[in-house]
Structure formats: C-alpha cells, structure tokens
Write a protein that binds this ligand. Sequence first.
Ligand code: ADE
Length: 233
Amino acid sequence: MRFDIVTVFPEIFAGALEAGIIRRARQAGLVEIRTVNLRDFATSRHRSVDDRPYGGGEGMVLTPGPLFAAVEHCRGAEPAASSSVILLTPQGETWNQNLALQASRLGHVVLICGRYEGVDQRVIDTLVDKEISIGDYVLSGGEFAALVVVDTVIRLLPGALGNAESSVNESFSAGGLDYPQYTRPAEFRGMVVPDVLLSGDHARIREWRRAKALEKTRSRRPDLVPGDAGCVR
Ligand code: ADE
C-alpha cells in the first residue's frame, strides 16, 4: 500500500513516521509513505498556496492550482481511479475503525492536509473522493489527522503487527470497548488483581472479560452497544 501526504508542513511527519509499528511496516515493505510539499507546486513568485475568499470573509483558502498539480504528481502515470484522494477537514465524515478497515484494502491513498479557512470547493467537487474528520474539534490543519489515518490503517495491514500485538482483540474491532488489563505484580500498594484472572480457568476469564467490556461500553459508549437504543452500528 502507498500513502502520499500533501502538506505545507512536511517536517511535522518526520519523527512520527520513523518510529514503532509504522517504521517497521515501512521497513518490511508493507507500506510506502511519501510527504509531498504543496509549496513545490505553487507557481507564484512567493510560492503562495492560498488566497482570500471570493465574497469576502475571514482567513485564507487553499487555491486549486497547486493542489491539482500535487495530486497529479502523486498519481504519476496511473489512472485516477486507482488512487483514492482523502481531504482531512473538520467538515468530513467522522473517521472510525470501519473506515480504517476499508482504507486498508486500497492500493494508493493521497491525503490532502487542509489548512487555513478551507479549500476551494472545486478541489472538493472534482479531485477529492472523501472528506474525513477525526472528531468534533478544530485542529490547526489536517496534518495530525493524516497521522491518525495513516497509523490506524497501517496497524490493519496483514503482517504489520506481531502476533503479540494482534488487532483482533482491540477496542472497536469487535464493535465495543476493551476489557480492563492487569499485569504483574498481583498486588500493588494494596490493590489486587481480580481473582478470576489468576484462576487459570480460561472459560471464566473469557466470560469475565466479555462482561467487563460490555459494562464499560454501556456506561461510556452506549451508542456502540448492539441492541441498545442509540447504537450506531
Ligand atoms: N482539520 C482541522 N480540524 C480537523 C479535524 N477535526 N479532522 C480532520 N482535519 C481537520
């Protein structure tokens, strides 16, 4: 799989893409990630990529020229249909595990990091396949949202996680939140690990975990509990 990240701040990505699971997946050849500096596609004397909005108003809007040129550069000779262009914006559909799973099956994803007051609507209408938000809050730009997308997708690529880190039992993979985890020591400052986890009775442990996960999901995220009112799945 390949990601191209179109941004005016490529330096934001350097450390984040060179550590942990992302680094390992890149080294193993499971994913190729390039950052593309939008300013390299600006044609004006000052390499500007934004301008004032028609009709007036606050802030600046990313202009179409550099964005079209950058995405065309990312696509190279491949047909437009073989890559998917995602714009990171607070206006988008909210990112979730299911969208991450769908994205993990794509071959080539171009992520456009929105900035300023927004992006010229013609880019959204004709270049962008999907607008994605990572939550109901406003970031200074789409860069951190792009990192969230890349990280959540990579951990779903077959072979990206070691056996010990399987994504199968993680929160959301089964539709709800995770059960509580404990490790050594069995007693710490008077706080003890629940007996059932020390019992060696795997059927009872499974049942305890299922019940605890459901209890936590019901209290924190009732919208995720199948059969309960308000469940979005
Ligand atoms: N850009 C600014 N805020 C954002 C958000 N919540 N999600 C994605 N991109 C953004």
